[in-house]
Structures are given as C-alpha cells and as structure tokens.
Design a binder for this molecule. Structure first.
Ligand SMILES: O=c1ccn([C@@H]2O[C@H](COP(=O)(O)O)[C@@H](O)[C@H]2O)c(=O)[nH]1
Length: 278
C-alpha cells in the first residue's frame, strides 16, 4: 500500500486529534507502579494497555525502543506487536531508536524501520545526524520512497547536548543550525508539511536557531523533564503550529487505568491547543 507522505499524514493527525505525542517508555519503576513485574509479561501488558487507551485518539505514539530492547529478542517482539497494533488503531508511530551510522549500515537501519513489510515498520524514526547529516541519506531516500518521516536530533532536551549542538561549525553557524538547514532543504516545496523533522527540546530556554524548516518539530521534555505547554511559544515562536510536544512519564504515571491515561493525554492536548491557537 502506498502511503501519503508522512508530513501530510502528520498534519492531518495533529489538526484532527491535537498536537500531542505520547511516549511509550516502560521504565522498570512504571511497571512496578502499575503493579506489574519488571519482566516480559509486564512489558506486554503495559504496552498493550497504552495502545488500547490512546492509539485511537492521540496523533502520535512514540515507543522508546531501549525499554523493549532491554528484554532482548522477546522484548523486541513485544515492540513489533505494539507498533503494528498502534498503527492499526489509527495512531502514527514514531519509533524513538535514534539510529545513526554510515553507508550500508545506515541503509540497514532504515530498512529495519522504514521498509514496508519490516516487522518494526513505523511511520517515522528518530535519527542522529552526528556522523554527518549526509550519512542519513539512505534513510532520507527510503523514508521519501515509502511515505515515512525522520526526526533528526537538533537541539535535544538534555543540557549535555549543548556542548555539541551549540558548537560553531566551519560556516560560522551552530552545528544544530546546520542540521536544521539540511532538514529545510529536504522539505522544500512540501505541502502542507514536510516529512523531515527536527527534535527540539521543550526544555530549552530559547531555540537560538531558525526553526522554520517546513517540517515537524518533535518536542520532548514536557512533563517529567520540567517543561509545560506554556513554554512552547517562547521556544518555538512562529513555528509553534508545527510542534509535536512529546510526553511520556507524565501521562504513563496515570496507568494502568485506561480512563485515567485518556484523561491525562486529553489534558495535555487541551493545554497545547490553548497556546498553539493564540
Ligand atoms: O532530546 C530528547 C530526545 C528524546 N527524548 C526521549 O523522549 C522521552 C522523554 O520521556 P519523558 O518521560 O517525557 O521525560 C524519552 O524516551 C527520551 O529518550 C528526550 O527526552 N529528549
């Protein structure tokens, strides 16, 4: 099946369901808080419950691959089911695996997540451009061919990211600005929204970079890391309509009640809507 471009599908999802991505991060502490074991059965119940609660109503679900991989191949099998079920229920899935490598290895990573028929096929993948933006070309090509998207790490939500991302490159611009410029080039002419997004933390004091990339801006850091919806206009300025705020723990802590998970997500959707519609 040929998918419409990811940017088009994401714009529609954000306009109809609201600008929110909920992360599926099965921390050991959350499994325990939900009364589950920190084991494979707990992982399966946790991820199934989140998908049941939210996949038919939030725009995007973002499984954090690391929390599944810690259980080895059987954890990855849970991730496969979770991804397929979330997509079947209507959510877009952004796989948070932060892949980045060179040449044929990058191509293999891209095939793992962005080739139709792959067990982990996702609507978009987070990628690291810090082996050089050009090293992501196999993923850019496959994403474009298959109606998928990428989110490249530009200005991450953690303070440690600054030493690399704010460093000045040979062209006198910050390294992050260079990543944003390359994303803008990939999105040139795309309507209503390009498919090649940036990760820009909602925790930043200010962006300090031009975020007008004609693509989505995935904004982790809302909730447990301290940012709120009220911070979004300050960080994202005129690009706030293209922001996809991402919350994991601050929604997930309301489980295992399906109703409570839904209420928590809905509160974030409404908070975000208040600031993006100004
Ligand atoms: O800059 C980044 C990039 C990715 N993340 C990921 O998002 C979630 C955040 O979880 P919370 O519980 O809402 O803090 C997690 O999977 C991170 O790996 C990020 O936080 N910052």
């Amino acid at each position: 099946m040929t998918l419409a471009p990811f940017g088009t599908r994401l714009r529609h999802a954000m306009d109809t369901r609201g600008q929110l991505c909920v992360g599926i991060d099965p921390h050991a502490s959350l499994l325990t808080a939900w009364g589950l074991g920190d084991d494979l059965a707990g992982l399966e119940t946790f991820s199934r419950t989140v998908v049941e609660a939210l996949a038919d109503r939030v725009a995007v679900l973002k499984p954090q691959a690391a929390f599944f991989e810690r259980f080895g191949s059987r954890g990855v099998a849970v991730l496969e089911r979770c991804t397929a079920e979330a997509r079947a229920a209507g959510a877009l899935v952004v796989m948070d695996a932060k892949r980045g490598d060179i040449g044929s290895t990058m191509a293999a990573y891209a095939e793992a997540f962005l080739a139709e028929g792959s067990p982990l096929f996702s609507d978009a993948l987070t990628v690291s451009p810090y082996l050089g933006f050009g090293s992501l070309q196999p993923a850019v090509d496959l994403a474009r061919a298959n109606g998928c998207g990428l989110f490249a790490l530009a200005l991450t939500s953690n303070p440690e990211g600054h030493e690399v991302q704010r460093a000045t490159g040979a062209d006198g611009q910050s390294v992050a600005q260079g990543v944003l410029r390359r994303l803008a080039a990939e999105n040139a002419g795309a309507e209503p929204l390009g498919s090649f997004g940036a990760v820009v933390g909602a925790t930043l004091t200010e962006a300090g970079a031009d975020l007008a990339i004609n693509g989505p801006l995935l904004a982790p850091g809302v909730g447990a890391q301290g940012a709120t919806a009220a911070d979004l206009p300050r960080v994202f300025g005129d690009s706030v309509r293209n922001v996809l705020p991402s919350v994991s723990r601050d929604v997930l802590k309301h489980g295992p009640s399906v109703a409570a998970l839904r209420e928590a997500a809905q509160r974030f959707v409404e908070d975000v809507s208040t600031v993006t519609k100004l």
